[in-house]
Design a protein around this ligand. Structure first.
Ligand code: UDP
Length: 236
């Protein structure tokens, strides 16, 4: 039995690289598509926001001398490329999906509106919400918090390569311990880099719970949807 009716799933662009150094790893992409199809079959409505870090990040561009706004626009276009790849992988395994874009880009996708996305989900289609927020100086974490609130998701899932939120970065500090639950305020107080503060605040102010979990282990998405506490829950 699914614990949620409608979710917003955030996938990081970096995870899409899989074992590669750049771009999209087809094995990882197909694993994601299978996991998404599996929970769609449980009757869960799914909106997805994908990052673009496997292709381009505005901040890294700015560090190399790119104009920040143009660099961010390149990053947002990178999320559209990833969204097209995911949509293609989902369709190939018989899972209907529809791409929406934050800025008009027809026929690559339909211009996003929350009502159209909800309509797509009501028809059993996965709504892939691409192009970030459409604005520079934001991140796809903020885009997923925003879209999650807009589509009335019960929870925002942040799929990462780490299995939850730790007291410190577990990839750097072996003594770091994992939280099963943490409040939004504790994230601020401890200065934890779970998501950027804009995204965390948007979730807090709109009472959208967050679950951070390891999306790169096949089967985990279904476990989270069945109510298994394998990641970290963020709430009040
Ligand atoms: N971006 C942006 N506005 C948004 C969302 C994303 O300008 O609303 C740009 C920004 O340059 C960012 C890039 O898109 O670096 C890719 O997104 P992000 O870094 O969040 O991807 P992830 O780290 O999840 O792969």
């Amino acid at each position: 039995m699914a614990k949620y009716n409608r979710i917003l799933l955030k996938l990081s662009g970096e995870s899409l690289m899989g074992e590669k150094q750049y771009g999209i790893d087809e094995v990882r992409l197909n694993e994601y598509a299978e996991q998404i199809k599996e929970i769609s079959a449980m009757g869960i409505q799914i909106g997805i926001v994908i990052g673009g870090g496997n292709i381009f990040r505005g901040l890294s561009g700015a560090a190399k001398g790119f104009d920040r706004v143009k660099g961010d626009q390149m990053g947002m276009l990178a999320t559209v490329i990833n969204s097209l790849a995911l949509s293609s992988a989902l369709t190939a395994i018989g899972q209907p999906a529809r791409i929406f874009t934050a800025t008009p880009m027809y026929p690559i996708g339909e211009h996003y509106s929350n009502l159209k996305a909800i309509e797509a989900m009501n028809h059993g289609e996965i709504a892939i919400l691409s192009g970030g927020t459409g604005n520079p100086f934001f991140t796809t974490d903020t885009a997923s918090a925003l879209r999650g609130v807009e589509i009335g998701a019960d929870v925002m899932l942040k799929g990462t390569r780490v299995d939850g939120i730790y007291t410190a970065d577990p990839e750097k500090d072996p003594s770091a311990t994992k939280f099963d639950f943490i409040t939004y305020d504790e994230i601020y107080a401890r200065g934890l880099k779970v998501m950027d503060l804009t995204a965390t605040t948007l979730c807090k102010e709109n009472k959208l719970p967050i679950i951070v979990f390891d999306m790169d282990t096949v089967g985990n998405l279904k476990k989270v949807m069945s109510g298994e506490n394998i990641g970290t829950v963020v709430g009040f």
